[in-house]
Design a protein around this ligand. Structure first.
Ligand SMILES: Cc1cc2nc3c(=O)[nH]c(=O)nc-3n(C[C@H](O)[C@H](O)[C@H](O)COP(=O)(O)OP(=O)(O)OC[C@H]3O[C@@H](n4cnc5c(N)ncnc54)[C@H](O)[C@@H]3O)c2cc1C
Length: 185
């Protein structure tokens, strides 16, 4: 079944991908979803059409209390060798462009419309910038990495410093793609 190679290398399970509208290489979950099944806090089974999922870039507006239990997705019949080659290309792209062997949460900020977060971060002079054990990756500056003993405060502080410098240099307000949980101590 073709059409799903873009998922290759995105860590996680389908529930998170449905909620986050996970995507890569120009394809997103919303382009494959027909309908999504879930259970709400009252225990009622719910079904959401693609439109009802309210998908936008790395976001779904389905009710926050719904736990997704499954989805119907549409692929396309494709040759197995062709799919394997596509998956290999996706993996190679990741390995050569992203610090996937480092400790990282993945892409940190959403790409602003018509721009790339990494380009703005680079232009702000933040490539390689470090706070404690947290560093803006030299390889791909939209990735924050833990180079040893980084605390949550290091990572979040570095992210906020990146946002501040980008705001100062380009006027763009970067939006976190990574979900932060809890409150600062
Ligand atoms: C190295 C690296 C590379 C990455 N590359 C990409 C990439 O290319 N593209 C991309 O989109 N993301 C990428 N990510 C981010 C992440 O892997 C994806 O967003 C993934 O889809 C999250 O899935 P998860 O199962 O880990 O969800 P979690 O992170 O556990 O959850 C994400 C959100 O979904 C909700 N959720 C999880 N499961 C369910 C469920 N069953 N029902 C309802 N809500 C649920 C959670 O409450 C949370 O709000 C990357 C992360 C890393 C570390």
């Amino acid at each position: 079944m073709g059409g799903f190679a873009f998922y290759h290398g995105i860590p996680g399970a389908i529930g998170g991908a449905l909620r986050m509208n996970a995507g890569a290489n120009g394809t997103e979950t919303c382009q494959r979803v027909v309908e999504v099944y879930g259970v709400d806090r009252t225990g009622a089974k719910r079904t959401f059409s693609n439109a009802e999922m309210g998908y936008t870039y790395r976001h779904s507006s389905a009710p926050a209390d719904v736990i997704f239990t499954g989805a119907l997705m549409q692929g396309e019949v494709r040759d197995k060798a062709e799919i394997r080659a596509e998956m290999d290309a996706v993996a190679e792209h990741r390995e050569t462009n992203q610090p996937i062997k480092s400790r990282t949460g993945g892409s940190t900020f959403k790409n602003p419309p018509g721009n790339s977060a990494w380009k703005l971060i680079d232009a702000a002079g933040m490539r390689g910038h470090r706070i404690g054990g947290a560093q803006v990756s030299e390889m791909h500056c939209n990735f924050l990495i833990n180079v040893g003993g980084a605390t949550a405060a290091d990572i979040e502080g570095l992210g906020e410093e990146v946002r501040r410098r980008v705001r100062e240099t380009s006027g763009v307000e970067l939006e976190w793609e990574i979900k932060r949980i809890g409150t600062a101590a």
